[in-house]
Write a protein that binds this ligand. Structure first.
Ligand SMILES: [Zn+2]
Ligand SMILES: [Zn+2]
Length: 138
């Protein structure tokens, strides 16, 4: 079994949950992908999990810290949490709705840490969403 899957199984086990077919399907729908909408996740799981179990699974994943929600205006998308993939930020296009990864930048990360520290705040986590127009929509 590959590493992320093993980590998924371990996380579920810690909370006395098992790796069901629906959970595996939702995980695969999110793995190595840019943030997905619920509609996209439901479509990717077609034949493996019905809509209701996709919603239940996503709620469980959010509760257990396996997946996280990105709020984009009044909508949201889901992605695996930083524990399962490399930390990065996102660019979201306000016109076509696509989300692109912004590669991790050490200077930016260090800057966010020191800005927080200057407020006497110890940063543990953050999300950074940049909204605008992609090159196809400008
Ligand atoms: Zn666009
Ligand atoms: Zn960051």
């Amino acid at each position: 079994m590959d590493k992320p899957l093993e980590q998924l199984r371990t996380t579920l086990k810690k909370h006395r949950q098992s790796l069901t077919g629906a959970r595996l399907a939702v995980f695969k729908a999110l793995e190595n992908k840019e943030p997905q909408t619920m509609r996209e996740i439901v479509a990717a799981c077609a034949g493996k999990a019905d809509r209701a179990s996709v919603y239940r699974t996503v709620a469980l994943f959010e509760r257990l810290g396996i997946a996280q929600r990105l709020q984009i205006g009044w909508k949201y998308k889901l992605e695996l949490s930083d524990a399962f993939h490399r930390h990065h930020h996102h660019l979201t296009c306000l016109s076509c709705g696509r989300t692109f990864p912004l590669p991790e930048d050490r200077q930016l990360e260090a800057g966010l840490h020191s800005l927080s520290r200057a407020q006497g705040f110890l940063m543990k986590d953050h999300q950074l969403e940049i909204q605008g127009l992609c090159k196809d929509c400008i």
